[in-house]
Write a protein that binds this ligand. Structure first.
Ligand code: NAD
Ligand code: IPM
Ligand code: MN
Length: 342
């Protein structure tokens, strides 16, 4: 039996909106699969800002730095407050989380494309592009700075090519170099250089046409690497393609730290109703287990999710009427071999 101090330290930042609802579900599933950890729960988000004047208190950031992994729910970022900092962007920046990995997988029977199985990974650059959040107003004009740098591009492209060799040896590189010059020209120049180090079948795709192809024929693609902003749009587009934003997980990885979060936001339209789909958060927990070297348990969770979703218990985003709690219980029952139809 592991000593308490040897157990991984997990910082839980549930956030606001549906964040706490889905993080509670993820934690229950992690416990049910037998994952043992020391959990620290820390505050962040809009409610936290209203209570203590800060959306991301320093103690939350410190706990995130100390943790072996962070599990994050979601937070609301009010668009109309110009100086309000985004909690998740601050965490990605402060923890050096340069890679955002977003697997999109159809749950059998629930994709938008009948029985077609989609298993696609987006590798999103997570530090720059328009996300520097450097901008200014000049009377009736507003500007935002877009940066691509050689080191950040090289680092994420290497990661994507390495992933491609572990998957199906195919990689699509998203860009908009026909317009966004010189930034995206630098991106594709570095891509061509990095490609020489790998035996990977790669291609460049202009991102708007790529969106169309992903909707028409998603099975053609396996791994897409994208600059930050394009990766954001492609993510929600693919979430729609695989059935719901509510089922999509992600990993934010850096040299020292790792943070796991569902792709969705705080969903204020359904918060507090107990109807949020917990699967994106549960599968983010599975990605966290992969990262902590507990892939067998991660696979058990993924299989239990597939089995549970083949049964009748589904949240409204998947066309059902079940609540967060019922679906979480169905996943746990499937983990124990009692539920689902598999
Ligand atoms: P959203 O992802 O919160 O919601 C988009 C739509 O998907 C909504 O209709 C919502 O009800 C639905 N949805 C999302 N997650 C769901 C789930 N688990 N189950 C069922 N339905 C789900 O995006 P939005 O509405 O554009 O943004 C709301 C707030 O969330 C904004 O303040 C935004 O800044 C923030 N946001 C935060 C994060 C994050 O914390 N990482 C990510 C995206 C958006
Ligand atoms: C995401 C979100 C964030 C992003 C927002 C909330 C800053 O949309 O994780 O996809 O744009 O990266
Ligand atoms: Mn997004």
């Amino acid at each position: 039996m592991a000593q308490q101090s040897e157990l991984p330290l997990i910082t839980l930042i549930a956030g606001d909106g549906i964040g706490p609802e889905v993080i509670q579900a993820a934690r229950q599933v992690l416990t049910a699969v037998g994952f043992r950890a020391r959990y620290q729960e820390l505050e962040a988000g809009y409610g936290c800002f209203e209570r203590c004047g800060r959306p991301l208190p320093p103690e939350t950031l410190e706990a995130a730095r100390r943790a072996d992994a962070v599990l994050f729910g979601a937070v609301t970022t009010p668009a109309e407050l110009p100086d309000y900092p985004s909690v998740i962007l601050t965490l990605r920046r402060e923890l050096g989380l340069y890679a955002n990995l977003r697997p999109f997988r159809t749950v059998p029977g629930l994709g938008r494309y009948g029985d077609e199985e989609i298993d696609l990974l987006i590798v999103r650059e997570n530090t720059e592009g328009l996300y520097l959040q450097i901008g200014w107003r000049e009377e009736d004009r507003a500007y935002n700075l877009l940066r691509r740098s050689e080191p950040a591009s090289r680092r994420i492209l290497h990661l994507a090519f390495r992933e491609a060799t572990r998957r199906r040896g195919r990689l699509t590189i998203a860009h908009k170099a026909n317009v966004i010059k010189p930034a995206d020209l630098l991106w594709i120049e570095i891509a061509r250089e990095v490609a020489r180090d790998y035996q990977v079948d790669w291609s460049l795709e202009i991102v708007d046409a790529l969106c169309m192809k992903l909707v028409r024929d998603p099975g053609r693609f396996d791994l897409i690497v994208a600059p930050n902003f394009y990766g954001d749009f492609l993510s929600d587009l693919l979430a729609g393609v695989v059935g719901s934003l509510g089922i999509c997980p992600s990993a934010n990885l850096g040299a020292k730290h790792a943070l796991f979060e569902p792709v969705h936001g705080s969903a204020p339209d359904i918060a507090g109703q107990g109807s949020a789909n917990p699967i994106g958060a549960i599968l983010s927990g599975a990605l966290m287990l992969d990262h902590l070297g507990q892939s067998q348990k991660a696979q058990m969770i993924r299989r239990a999710v597939d089995r549970a979703l083949q049964g009748p218990i589904k949240t409204p985003d998947l066309g059902g009427q079940a609540g967060t709690r019922e679906l979480t219980e169905a996943v746990i029952a499937a983990l124990h071999g009692e539920g689902g139809q598999g």
